[in-house]
Design a protein around this ligand. Structure first.
Ligand SMILES: O=C(O)c1ccc[n+]([C@@H]2O[C@H](COP(=O)([O-])O)[C@@H](O)[C@H]2O)c1
Ligand SMILES: Cc1cc2nc[nH]c2cc1C
Length: 339
């Protein structure tokens, strides 16, 4: 645990502008090693780029993924009272209990790939304000949530998944994406947990109302997070920023996680260079968001659960990429004739 080195959005913005890059020497060594491994050049496809990317950020040409961390941040949204979800807001707290008991999908995925899992429930009894009537959070509230995410990252971990749980948060994520990237509200809304056609139309109206009620959100990504986001989205953003400071690569999850991450990239271009898209969600705004961020997902399995599940599954792909790059023999070592 650490005390977050910011106490205001201005402080967080300053920090984002001074982020570290990957280790160029380790990356170059990984590239050179990849070129000598016992396979035709490029035969491991994207796994090769992924392994080199991971090695560069870890500062070790033979880095392996041995201590991944999955964190699930949960919070409640005032906008849920507008009827934008197929499920009642109580489900957020009920799912937190399920995460803690080990019964959710993400628990099984984290365990399958040897990841530590932590759950941070953020003031569930105090939902954010309904963003169609004004800002969802005060500056103190959004900074506190960013700090919860920042402090949740284990410095000893070597890969991070920041998941989320919050009934109503696909509407918040759509509003955030709309503020960050423009386009129409209908381009960003989807069925979330399963709303019907009327629910989908309501979500688009609510997103439009959110921008109208918070005009400053369109001009400043961190202000967009404060006005349209939620505590779990801010915590996801804080955790991803902290991972960057610790040189811990990140696997992004679905639509909500990616919208929170997008705040960082819009506030400081390059702020997501240490992150890969774990999967593309069935939520229709997600492929659009990934395209805007120039990220190609590792997996496309039609998942739309959130809670870090798609990213936890993609941890296996990053583990595999790092294992090949670090563990394979070179042509010289194996006595295999090269081409
Ligand atoms: O990750 C995704 O792309 C995703 C897509 C749809 C729904 N979810 C999850 O479902 C919840 C939000 O859905 P909703 O309908 O309440 O806005 C929240 O807990 C998310 O984790 C997540
Ligand atoms: C049951 C349920 C589980 C979830 N996990 C993440 N978001 C969720 C939303 C619902 C409704």
């Amino acid at each position: 645990m650490s005390d977050a080195p910011f106490t205001s959005l201005a402080g967080f913005r300053t920090l984002l502008k001074s982020l570290n890059g990957p280790d160029g020497a380790a990356r170059a060594a990984a590239e050179a090693r990849n070129g000598q491994l016992t396979k035709p050049p490029g035969a491991l496809g994207r796994l090769e780029d992924l392994g080199i990317w991971y090695a560069g950020w870890r500062g070790d040409a033979r880095a392996q993924v041995t201590s991944p961390q999955v964190i699930v941040f949960a919070a409640n949204h005032g906008v849920a009272a507008r009827g934008v979800s197929a499920f009642p807001a109580e489900v957020t707290a009920q799912m937190v209990a399920n995460f803690r008991a080990g019964g959710a999908a993400v628990n099984q995925l984290a365990r399958t790939f040897g990841a530590r899992m932590d759950v941070h429930s953020i003031e569930l009894e105090r939902p954010t304000a309904d963003f169609t009537t004004g800002p969802a959070m005060t500056e103190a509230e959004v900074v506190a949530a960013l700090a919860i995410g920042w402090n949740a990252v284990d410095p000893a971990s070597d890969l991070l998944v920041a998941g989320e749980m919050g009934i109503g948060n696909t509407t918040s994520a759509a509003a955030l994406a709309h503020a960050l990237f423009g386009a129409a509200p209908t381009d960003w809304v989807g069925r979330g947990t399963g709303v019907d056609d009327a629910g989908l139309a309501l979500k688009a109206r609510v997103v439009g109302e959110g921008l109208a009620a918070n005009p400053g959100a369109a001009h400043d990504p961190l202000e967009a997070l404060r006005c349209l986001g939620g505590r779990e989205l801010a915590a996801v953003a804080g955790a991803i920023a902290r991972a960057r400071q610790l040189s811990i690569p990140v696997v992004l999850d679905g639509f909500i996680c990616t919208s929170a991450a997008a705040v960082l990239e819009r506030a400081a271009p390059g702020a997501l260079d240490h992150a890969v898209a774990g999967h593309v969600s069935a939520e229709p705004g997600h492929p659009r968001l990934l395209a805007a961020l120039d990220k190609t997902p590792l997996l496309s399995l039609g998942m739309r659960l959130g809670e870090g599940s798609g990213a936890a599954l993609a941890v296996a792909v990053v583990q595999a990429a790092a294992a090949c790059l670090s563990g394979m023999a070179t042509f010289a070592e194996a006595g295999v004739s090269d081409g």
